[in-house]
Write a new protein. Structure first.
Length: 308
């Protein structure tokens, strides 16, 4: 099992078709191999409350150590803003290497503003910072600052891989891939894939009509359970574990992500909840109801056949 990825960036852009050929060749030879597919791009995530591409620059470093209200006060000062915008020219130039989300936030290069998007919605149709800067006649950095002033929780994304909806759809349509690919919070405040399932249901099923609802539910449940060899999951059937998600097919949709400071010591993490989900039931017990944890957790650790 491996993640099927495509990218049009870097010195040697990577297509996905040769990866799915591996899946077919292994299956033809009698083996079992599956590809994990995203339902949208994998992004480095930025915001005023977490990281911005300019944080390594001296003037920005001094600014970003201040409380949020003081940062906004100084960003509102015309002369201070002018100096910060001008400092962007000191960023390392982009090179031919593809940066992962960690490097994109901690060792950033000068952004490609045509591949840098404010999340104004969740439907994969936002204008780029380059587009907005052109429309307003402002520098891209000033455009980013303006967008932050509109909303403290404004999130920006820099697609790293699977940037193209056509590539994502091609990967998802392959019979040996299934929709599951997330860092499960490992990158905390740099990347996040928690909307992959709700994006499939809202974007690819309801908006684009590329899959039926039944196909999408199977992709998220039975296909995954079968690949991971979990024989009592993935179907609603007598004797199976009662793990269920109850949702409204007309309303289910990811919300915009936010940056929360609720980890130990006030550390930050990205959170992205969803609309249209009434309840998550684990082993017959309601674990989450209307987006809030109930405190009743009936799950268990799952171990593969070879686990000690």
């Amino acid at each position: 099992m491996f993640g099927v990825l495509a990218t049009r960036q870097g010195a040697d852009p990577n297509p996905w078709h040769y990866q799915t050929r591996y899946l077919d060749d292994i299956a033809a030879a009698g083996g079992r191999m599956f590809g994990q597919a995203t339902t949208r791009s994998i992004n480095a995530v930025f915001s005023l409350k977490s990281y911005l591409p300019f944080d390594t620059l001296p003037g920005w470093q001094a600014l970003r150590k201040l409380p949020l209200d003081e940062q906004k006060r100084r960003l509102a000062d015309a002369e201070g803003r002018r100096r910060l915008v001008a400092e962007e020219a000191q960023l390392k130039p982009r090179d031919s290497s593809l940066q992962g989300g960690g490097a994109a936030t901690t060792d950033p290069r000068k952004p490609d503003y045509a591949n840098f998007y404010p999340m104004l919605g969740v439907d994969w149709d936002d204008p780029s910072v380059a587009d907005l800067a052109r429309q307003s006649g402002k520098h891209p950095v000033e455009t980013i600052i303006d967008l932050c002033f509109e909303d403290d929780n404004r999130v920006f994304v820099q697609p790293l891989v699977n940037e193209s909806p056509a590539d994502v759809l091609g990967i998802l349509k392959h019979p040996r891939t299934f929709a599951t690919f997330s860092d499960s919070g490992a990158h905390v405040c740099q990347e996040m894939g928690s909307s992959l399932q709700t994006h499939l249901l809202s974007y690819w099923v309801r908006n684009k009509r590329q899959f039926t609802l039944e196909e999408a539910v199977r992709m998220l449940t039975f296909d995954n359970a079968s690949a991971w060899e979990l024989p009592d999951r993935g179907l609603v059937r007598t004797g199976y574990v009662a793990d269920l998600v109850i949702f409204d097919e007309q309303r289910v949709k990811p919300r915009l992500p936010t940056v929360e400071q609720d980890l130990p010591g006030g550390a930050r993490r990205l959170v992205q909840k969803a609309d249209g989900i009434a309840a998550t039931i684990v082993n017959g017990t309601i674990a989450v109801e209307n987006g809030e944890a109930t405190g009743d957790f009936a799950g268990q650790v799952l171990k593969g056949r070879l686990a000690v």
